[in-house]
Ligand binder design. Structure first.
Ligand SMILES: Nc1nc2c(ncn2[C@@H]2O[C@H](COP(=O)(O)OP(=O)(O)OP(=O)(O)O)[C@@H](O)[C@H]2O)c(=O)[nH]1
Ligand SMILES: [Mg+2]
Length: 243
């Protein structure tokens, strides 16, 4: 894609004060300007104040949205994506704030967007992988990916990863703001909607590094929801549903 396009990254934060400064520095170090929307849920560790400080230091480059309490990863992303689009984003990059998603990969993802509507940062294509993940976590992720592919018809090796680049028009076509799923279901749902809207989806390898600081927010409820959403994906695929 042409590098003159407005690229906005979106990240959700809950207690990422130890990670956010490094993420911000990584984005600022990129050879292309990338804006960042931080959606913070009143993190007790003061991540929201850090976000405000970044906004003050780099006006126009960083943006902070504050919600009153922990309302979820997915709805935080939807809010951030909406904000980015409303402010002229032509490409939206979604990423975690815990340094699992390395900003250094963004230029490659944008380059791949030349022939695609969605680029998925993928742990499961040659060159990709995970660092510091236990066997149980790998098995869960692999199994989830396989089930999503079976149910949805998506031909994507890593349909539950959150490091992605979307072209703005495909987000609109996929009616992203109607998504109500949380967690992993949210991620496969977004991709499914893009596919059903005719998106060309490509994968570029990423190394997913396990978080170094802070605690995981992965819950049993999110896994159960993802399992139930498999039936919804399969049903909509078989009935020819479109967003
Ligand atoms: N605003 C907001 N952000 C959240 C919420 N839950 C998770 N996040 C953020 O979403 C991103 C992904 O969450 P993680 O806890 O890293 O989830 P994960 O990557 O599956 O799990 P680990 O990396 O193992 O901890 C991180 O940047 C979190 O801070 C939430 O309820 N609200
Ligand atoms: Mg994480």
């Amino acid at each position: 894609m042409s590098q003159a396009q407005a690229v906005w990254a979106v990240t959700a934060t809950y207690n990422e004060a130890e990670n956010l400064p490094e993420l911000a520095a990584g984005l600022l170090a990129l050879p292309i300007p990338v804006s960042l929307v931080i959606v913070d849920d009143n993190s007790p560790d003061g991540t929201g104040d850090l976000a405000d400080r970044l906004v003050a230091e780099h006006p126009g480059r960083f943006h902070a949205l504050h919600r009153p309490g922990k309302l979820g990863y997915a709805s935080a992303h939807l809010l951030g994506i909406r904000y980015a689009l409303d402010h002229g984003a032509q490409v939206v990059v979604t990423m975690d704030a815990d340094l699992s998603h390395d900003p250094v990969r963004i230029p490659q993802m944008l380059a791949a967007l030349a022939d695609a509507d969605v680029v998925v940062g993928s742990r499961y294509v040659p060159g990709g992988g995970t660092r510091n993940w236990g066997g149980d976590r790998r098995l869960l992720s692999r199994t989830a990916g396989m089930l999503v592919r079976l149910a949805s018809g998506l031909r994507v090796a890593d349909p539950t990863g959150g490091f992605r680049a979307y072209r703005a028009p495909i987000l609109t076509a996929a009616r992203f703001d109607e998504v109500r799923q949380e967690g992993y279901a949210f991620l496969s749902e977004m991709l499914f909607r893009c596919m059903r809207s005719g998106a060309r989806i490509v994968e570029v390898p990423i190394i997913f590094a396990d978080r170094r600081y802070g605690r995981s927010k992965l819950s049993k409820r999110i896994i159960l929801e993802a399992a139930l959403n498999l039936f919804s994906l399969a049903w909509r695929r078989l009935t020819g549903w479109r967003p």
